[in-house]
Design a protein. Structure first.
Length: 660
């Protein structure tokens, strides 16, 4: 048996596996071969992560007390420059590599830097000595200037290799610090990749909030500005996170007039904790976590400490005022719907990966809980009316959670009899039990619903008619949302739950298709439904289950030939191409209900002929915040925001109406 096991067998490989097959990558070549190991990939997020790595180094100088100013400059050609007035990277020969300066070692060698011990930095964001060297490896042109000892030094690099020696380029009697300028390599990220001014602007601005002692100056080539991002700005916020949250809340009504904010430094350089929390009455929630100025969008141990401190403090206050049912409170009840920011500074933090999306340092939980709990107890008890108001708000959240828990969601695996008993009456379900390949069409009104039922594929397509415009969930209370029959029917039909209980794995259909009329009212209905899914079932949208049908607005006929046009522009295109020179009879559909089932099927429901638009949500934290802000602004309770938007876009709307 053993002889057979180790018997020689013919090789089927295209080459021999011997010592010559073993590669040894030197210098920064591993970064260029496998960039995903160091920056998480080569997509847009990773592309912008390069700028974050360099900015984090500048912030480390500021937090250490050596820099007061940072400048972020975006120029044409994808060149970004980040400069600080800190100590400047050392330029003297490195003891281990006497033929190289410390600057060259840092820029060309992985795991080199001054942050492995506390000799140069008590706390820092750049922990692994790979940040700026990775940036250098993935850039076509890197220029580093250091003002140190009243002299200005410069060295250039390309794709991780020096292209010049370190040289003194002049005197710098009134300058100090480091400037790093680089252009990301299109061979790595693609020729189409480019820095987005708005994203970099928000990054620079958020850093200034995280450390009150730093001033950050933003500049951008005006030719690159395509949105409301300014070409120049100066950020400095003495109030830190409290200033940030105050601006984010922007006068919205909250459960308490004052939000909960504070900061605590711990002795013996254990670290520091800063937080700001508000409870707006109509917010879906916004959570921002940082460690040593590094954003940690996936939270981690510092988040756990905050959750524990808040829920324990709330339960203790409930005991104080004799509210016994608060024993069932959870951290989700206290935090859901809140808008919060948490920033910690600790020594030697541990992260889940080099991209630092999640903090794993065990000590962070204890530090945050200790800091937050003590201050939260005082926040609640020092003003009893404020404490009772917040407790009432949180208990309402708890009641809502318990009610939803009591409602057993319908699962596709249940028997047919169960489905008939539990599904809403207006739903015409499909025959397939397996969600794969199935579709739920949400249609406007019974008339369109009747046509859709006749046009559908009974095996895979289900129809749910709704009465016109559903409730605008962005401006409604939770109780009002739960009491709305149309929304209740929709939630029950989908079977995956909502908000924190939303589980797309339980979704009863693979695709959810909003099928509304191709006019202004139809667009409004689609907008209300998209707002519902964004607020109540965001993960369903994020996984790509939500679609918008594209029904035609016109039917064009010339002789025996006919075609359908989505809108006026498509109609003009068809008349100029498909029907050129012919007398065309044009009929306009006032609604889906005017189409006969055959027309509805061949234009909008037949997978082989239809076109649909998938609704997506961005993955990046900053972009998700932008979407949330837009929904709050245009669909929320404050009509002034909508009025301002209408005023700003009135001319554009008038032009569109004239063209139509």
């Amino acid at each position: 048996m053993a002889d057979d096991l180790f018997a020689s067998t013919p090789s089927t490989s295209s080459g021999n596996y011997d010592a010559s097959a073993i590669e040894v990558l030197e210098g920064l070549e591993p970064v260029r071969r496998r960039p995903g190991m160091y920056i998480g990939g080569t997509d847009e997020r990773a592309f912008h992560h390069l700028a974050a790595e360099v900015l984090d180094n500048a912030m480390d100088e500021a937090v250490a007390g050596h820099a007061t100013r940072i400048e972020v400059t975006l120029a044409a050609g994808n060149r970004i420059t980040i400069a600080d007035n800190g100590r400047g990277i050392p330029v003297d020969p490195h003891p281990k590599f006497p033929d190289k300066s410390a600057l060259e070692v840092i820029l060309t060698t992985l795991h080199s830097g001054g942050k492995f011990s506390d000799k140069a930095y008590a706390t820092s964001g750049g922990l692994h000595g790979v940040g700026v060297s990775v940036v250098n490896a993935l850039s076509t042109d890197t220029v580093v200037e250091v003002a140190r000892n009243r002299e200005l030094f410069r060295q250039t690099f390309s794709r991780g290799h020096p292209t010049s020696k370190l040289e003194v380029v002049g005197a710098a009697p009134n300058r100090r610090g480091t400037s790093v300028s680089f252009i990301p390599d299109p061979d790595i990220f693609g020729a189409a990749a480019h820095f987005r001014p708005g994203r970099l602007y928000r990054l620079a601005r958020s850093k200034a909030y995280l450390y009150a002692g730093v001033e950050i100056r933003w500049r951008c080539d005006p030719s690159l500005i395509g949105d409301d991002t300014p070409a120049e700005a100066v950020f400095q916020f003495p109030g830190g996170l409290a200033d940030h949250l105050q601006e984010q809340i922007a006068g919205r009504e909250c459960a308490t007039a004052n939000f909960f904010s504070g900061k605590q430094d711990f002795p013996n350089a254990q670290g520091s904790v800063e937080w700001a929390v508000a409870w707006p009455l109509w917010s879906d929630g916004s959570y921002s976590y940082y460690c040593n100025t590094i954003p940690t969008p996936d939270g981690g141990t510092h988040e756990n400490g905050l959750r524990s401190g808040l829920v324990k403090g709330m339960r203790a206050f409930a005991d104080l005022v004799g509210q016994k049912k608060a024993k069932d409170l959870t951290a989700d009840d206290v935090m859901t719907g809140s808008e919060l920011m948490l920033s910690v500074f600790i020594r030697d933090p541990q992260f889940q990966s080099q991209t630092k999306d999640r903090l794993t340092s065990p000590e962070a939980a204890g530090l945050v809980e200790k800091a937050v709990r003590d201050h939260f107890d005082h926040f609640l008890a020092d003003n009893m009316e404020r404490g009772k108001a917040l407790l009432g708000y949180v208990l309402d959240r708890m009641d809502e959670r318990l009610r939803r828990k009591a409602e057993r969601e319908v699962k596709r695996k249940t028997a047919t009899a169960g489905r008939k008993l539990r599904l809403p009456g207006k739903l015409t379900d499909c025959a397939n039990d397996d969600p794969a390949g199935t579709e739920l069409f949400i249609v406007e009104g019974d008339s369109a619903g009747g046509s859709a039922k006749q046009a559908r594929d009974r095996k895979t397509q289900a129809i749910l008619p709704i009465r016109g415009k559903i409730l605008n969930v962005a401006s409604a209370s939770s109780a009002k949302i739960l009491a709305n029959q149309e929304i209740a029917d929709l939630i029950q039909a989908l079977g995956c739950g909502v908000r924190e209980k939303c589980n797309p794995d339980l979704l009863r259909y693979e695709r959810i298709v909003v099928m509304s009329d191709a006019d202004v009212d139809g667009a409004h209905i689609a907008t209300l439904l998209m707002t519902f899914f964004f607020q109540e079932m965001a993960e369903v949208v994020r996984r790509g289950h939500l679609y918008l049908a594209q029904p035609p607005l016109y039917r064009l006929t010339a002789g025996t030939k006919s075609a359908y046009a989505r809108d006026d522009a498509h109609r003009a295109e068809l008349e100029a191409t498909e029907f050129k020179g012919k007398k065309v009879e044009v009929s306009r559909f006032k609604g889906l209900g005017e189409m006969n089932p055959q027309q509805l099927r061949e234009t909008t429901m037949d997978p082989a002929k239809r076109s649909m638009t998938r609704v997506v949500l961005p993955q990046e934290y900053e972009e998700r915040q932008s979407v949330r802000d837009l929904v709050d602004r245009l669909m929320g309770k404050n009509p002034e925001h909508r009025f301002a938007f209408i005023q700003a876009n009135a001319a554009q709307m008038d032009e569109a109406a004239i063209d139509a």
